[in-house]
Design a protein around this ligand. Structure first.
Ligand code: IMP
Length: 191
C-alpha cells in the first residue's frame, strides 16, 4: 500500500515513516512530482487538511493524508487558530508571532489555550479525520529554547515547563500532533 503524506517537511516525514508498519509505503509530495504550493484557504484546520488531501487525490490520483495544526487561545476567541503560522505577518516569524500574543494578553488573567491537530486521510475512496489536542496556558514570558513555533510560551496542563523546555520525546507523548499521529498509525496498522 502506498500513501502520500502531503508535506515537504523532512522532519515530519521521517517521524511518520519510523512509526508506520512496513507494508505501508509513505511518500512525500516531491516524490510524486508535486512541487507546487497546495492551496490552504480553509477557515478551519479540518478544512485545510481536507483541501490538501483532495488536491493530491484529484491532481495526482494517490491516496493521501495531510495535517494542519494551530494554537487556539480562549481570551482571543480561538485565535490565532488556523492563522497560527502567519499571525504577525506573511513572513511566518515565530518570535514576532509570540510577541504579538504576549502583547494581546497583557493584563489578561484568562491565559487558557490549546494546541490542536487535524489529520485528514483519503484512502480507498473514504475520508477520515484524526484529531489530537492538548490544553494548557500561555506563559507571561518565553520559557526555554527547544522546539519551534509557539513552544516557548505554551505550558501544557499538569506541567510547570513549556514545550520548549521539554525533549522532543517528552513533548511528543502529550502533544496534539503526537496524539493525532498515534490515532492515524493505529488505524493504518489495523488495515
Ligand atoms: P502546521 O500545520 O503543523 O504547519 O502548524 C502551523 C503553525 O502552528 C506552525 O507554523 C506554528 O506556528 C504553530 N504550531 C503548530 N504546532 C506547533 C507546536 O507543536 N509547537 C509550536 N507551534 C506549533
Amino acid at each position: 500500500m502506498k500513501i502520500v503524506f502531503a508535506t515537504n517537511n523532512p522532519n515530519k516525514l521521517k517521524e511518520i515513516k519510523a512509526l508506520v508498519p512496513k507494508h505501508i509505503e509513505i511518500v512525500s509530495l516531491s516524490e510524486i512530482g508535486c512541487n507546487e504550493d497546495i492551496p490552504e484557504t480553509g477557515e478551519t484546520l479540518e478544512a485545510n487538511a481536507f483541501q490538501k488531501v483532495n488536491y493530491v487525490k484529484e491532481h495526482f490520483g494517490y491516496d493521501c493524508f495531510a495535517d494542519d495544526s494551530g494554537l487556539e487561545i480562549n481570551a482571543l476567541n480561538g485565535n490565532p487558530g488556523v492563522y497560527s503560522a502567519r499571525y504577525a505577518g506573511p513572513e511566518r516569524n515565530a518570535d514576532a508571532n509570540m510577541a504579538k500574543i504576549i502583547t494581546e494578553l497583557n493584563g489578561c488573567e484568562n491565559r487558557k489555550a490549546q494546541f490542536r491537530t487535524a489529520i485528514a486521510l483519503v484512502l480507498n475512496g473514504e475520508e477520515q479525520l484524526f484529531e489530537g489536542k492538548v490544553e494548557g496556558e500561555i506563559s507571561l514570558i518565553k520559557l526555554g529554547e527547544k522546539g519551534f513555533g509557539y513552544d516557548p510560551i505554551f505550558v501544557p496542563e499538569n506541567e510547570t515547563r513549556s514545550f520548549a523546555q521539554m525533549t522532543m520525546q517528552e513533548k511528543g507523548e502529550i502533544s496534539h500532533r503526537g496524539k493525532a499521529v498515534r490515532r492515524l498509525i493505529n488505524y493504518l496498522s489495523s488495515l
